[in-house]
Design a protein around this ligand. Structure first.
Ligand code: PGA
Length: 239
């Protein structure tokens, strides 16, 4: 079964969240894939409530603290996420890496903390356009995987390959480009679900998911509207 994850980033207000679930309601019976969404922290309880009737939707977070608890103003702990029933957490998204300077050593500690509380972890990796042009893609990924996942067991782990040049640009990796990288990751992670992310939309998801080593998609922009998200899930349900 394929996995579709909506990364809602810093979007959605209460009205938009309700609208999302209204739009998906009529299509839910046809969805036969793992369907996950990651709203802003503060919306997790409400989204869990709205998603409750759509039993198959799991709700996650976009980040968590590497620390257990204590004087870390503004942080959100893995323990508190687990406490309110959060299913998963996205760690190492390129926006966290680039805008908040999160690096492998910190990401590794975040992953350990999340797994300690039985949260599933989607660990994101990916190269810049420059790195791709200089044929450094595999080297970069090897570094991110080796350092970020150092001493991490693969239980409850998913990996998302998100080329930075494809995120939010409308320019997805081609299915061949994505498959080439997924096959590379697969060598070291034979049983770990591998998601592709970067400008996935209802009109290109089918061909991406048709690739042998692409087990699902991590979707930003095209996951915000219930109708689009349902289309992505319906496409994934055909596999
Ligand atoms: P996008 O974002 O689908 O809007 O390109 C993907 C992501 O950042 O996870």
């Amino acid at each position: 079964m394929k996995t579709i994850v909506g990364n809602w980033k810093m979007n959605q207000d209460l009205a938009a969240l309700k609208e999302f679930f209204l739009a998906i309601e009529s299509l839910k019976a046809q969805i036969n894939c793992y369907a996950w969404v990651a709203p802003q922290f503060i919306h997790i309880p409400l989204v869990k409530e709205l998603a409750f009737t759509l039993g198959q939707i799991q709700v996650g977070a976009q980040n968590c603290s590497s620390e257990e608890a204590g004087a870390f103003t503004g942080e959100v702990s893995a323990a508190s996420l687990a406490d309110i029933g959060t299913s998963f957490v996205i760690i190492g998204h390129s926006e966290r890496r680039q805008l908040f300077n999160e690096q492998e050593e910190l990401l590794n500690r975040k992953i350990q903390k999340a797994l300690q509380y039985q949260l599933k972890v989607i660990y994101c990796v990916g190269e810049t356009l420059d790195e791709r042009n200089q044929e450094q893609t595999f080297k970069k990924l090897e570094y991110q995987l080796q350092q970020g996942l150092k001493d991490i067991p693969t239980k409850n782990l998913l990996i998302a390959y998100e080329p930075i040049w494809a995120i939010g640009t409308g320019q997805s990796a081609s299915p061949e480009q994505a498959q080439e990288v997924h096959a590379f990751i697969r060598q070291s992670f034979p049983t770990t679900p591998l998601l592709y992310g970067g400008s996935v939309k209802p009109d290109n998801i089918q061909e991406l998911l048709a690739e042998k080593d692409i087990d699902g998609a991590l979707v930003g922009g095209a996951s915000l509207k219930g109708k689009d998200f349902a289309q992505l899930c319906l496409a994934a349900s055909r596999f």
